[in-house]
Write a protein that binds this ligand. Structure first.
Ligand SMILES: Cc1cc2nc3c(=O)[nH]c(=O)nc-3n(C[C@H](O)[C@H](O)[C@H](O)COP(=O)(O)OP(=O)(O)OC[C@H]3O[C@@H](n4cnc5c(N)ncnc54)[C@H](O)[C@@H]3O)c2cc1C
Length: 392
């Protein structure tokens, strides 16, 4: 039996686990990450890559907890992209340095967006028509707001984060994982002849935290799922588009959220989320694709989608349980018996989550020893998950 020692073991290599691994190692903790599939396999690779400052949460005009906790995040990530932040993201692709918000042609939705822009303290600017993206010029009446949000290429983000700590990330068979928790350590068994002893175990397995909570016998921590049916459309219109379309309903979710992603066949895919994806979770795929077609034709009558390729898939957002199943306002860390159960809630909030884990370690008197730790040389690197816009 080989037993290796590390300060922390992280289970799950989505954005939460990878960001945390980078922070812990930068701070001098010996930490190791175990992933059962490819990195980012759950929500992270499926995310739209928007690093937002919360305006979409302020659409009703009120500064909610969510919009407050998220407001400084684009600036934080920009520092990391420039190589002067708490994690080095210089190898991450930036798809767009701005995001647009288009209130549809009604007084109520304009008002809604206007209030939202005030609620995030001027972090949105009303763009003069001459400066609109070509896609909108001559086709809409406006107004059009420019948010200071950014959109990242998520596959390159995952490659960057994992590349920074490649020796400390391993693929494991989750059916073989076993855990023994005692007063001063957690033992993670990877196979019959390999164990890791650590001071703390951190579960950042997204929806996989549900099975871990049950396996580890948690009594006080629970998670929730909020389902989506996302849609991808590939068409002849090559201009990338990054926009929230705000409906004339007073809801906190944009009726449609569009991001654009380069595909390996040279095409560009539009990735459709927002309210369309939330209501679509209750539809079958044929009905959701029909709803998406109707929505795009209605919003953009100047575009021809006749030869487009359409695809949809179901996915759950996994988060700490909230009263009434509501969207959490921030990331979550729940500590129980030497185990931290973590959910970032948003890709955007992964830096906040890592800060909270570090604060919890300090609170519990677990200081970095400046040790490198012991890697598991015989276990493979998991590789990066394939993004959903690469559908066959
Ligand atoms: C469709 C969609 C779009 C989104 N768009 C955005 C956006 O634009 N901006 C934003 O800020 N947020 C967005 N989000 C939210 C964001 O993507 C998630 O909050 C975030 O990715 C969650 O990251 P995670 O690391 O907790 O989980 P995940 O990304 O789900 O990663 C969990 C990892 O754990 C692994 N795992 C599971 N069980 C085990 C186990 N037992 N052992 C080992 N490994 C295990 C999985 O294989 C997976 O790799 C979006 C979410 C969805 C679903």
């Amino acid at each position: 039996m080989t037993v290796v020692q590390n300060d922390l073991v992280i289970i799950g290599g989505g954005i939460a686990g990878l960001w945390l691994l980078n922070r812990l190692r930068n701070e001098g903790y010996s930490a190791i990450l175990l992933e059962s599939e490819k990195l980012g396999s759950g929500q992270s690779i499926a995310s739209q890559g928007m690093i937002h400052g919360g305006l979409k949460y302020a659409l009703g005009g009120t500064l909610t907890g969510a919009s407050e906790s998220i407001a400084d995040m684009p600036a934080h990530w920009k520092k990391c992209l420039a190589g002067v932040g708490d994690v080095d993201l210089r190898q991450t692709g930036l798809l767009s340095d701005a995001y647009y918000l288009w209130p549809r042609d009604s007084m109520r939705s304009r008002f809604n967006a206007f209030l939202g822009s005030k609620a995030v303290r001027g972090k949105a600017t009303n763009v003069a028509p001459g400066q609109w993206p070509d896609f909108f010029k001559g086709n809409i009446k406006g107004p059009l707001y420019r948010l200071h949000d950014i959109v990242l290429d998520v596959p390159s983000l995952l490659a960057n984060l994992s590349g920074n700590c490649r020796d400390w990330i391993h693929q494991v068979d989750k059916r073989q994982l076993d855990f023994t928790v005692s007063a001063d350590k957690v033992t993670t068994s990877i196979s019959a002849d390999l164990q890791i002893e650590s001071k703390r175990l951190v579960c950042t397995a997204g929806a996989g935290n549900e099975a871990l909570l049950s396996r580890l016998g948690s009594r006080s921590v629970s998670m929730q799922r909020r389902p989506l049916q996302m849609v991808i459309v590939k068409h002849n219109y090559s201009a990338p588009l990054y926009v929230h379309c705000v409906s004339d309903q007073l809801t906190a979710t944009p009726e449609l959220t569009i991001t654009s992603h380069p595909c390996s066949d040279g095409s560009t895919a539009w990735y459709l989320g927002g309210e369309l994806a939330e209501t679509g979770a209750l539809l079958d795929q044929a009905a959701q694709l029909a709803a998406a077609r109707a929505k795009l034709s209605n919003l953009f009558p100047w575009c021809d989608f006749n030869n487009a390729q359409w695809h949809s898939f179901f996915i759950d957002r996994a988060e700490a349980l909230q009263p009434g199943g509501k969207r959490p306002d921030n990331c979550s860390i729940e500590s129980e018996n030497g185990i931290y159960y973590c959910w970032p809630t948003k890709l955007t909030l992964a830096p906040n989550l890592a800060n909270r884990v570090l604060m919890q370690l300090h609170k519990e008197g677990i200081k970095p020893q400046g040790l490198v730790g012991q890697p598991l040389r015989d276990l493979p690197f998991p590789g990066i998950a394939t993004p959903p816009w690469e559908f066959p």
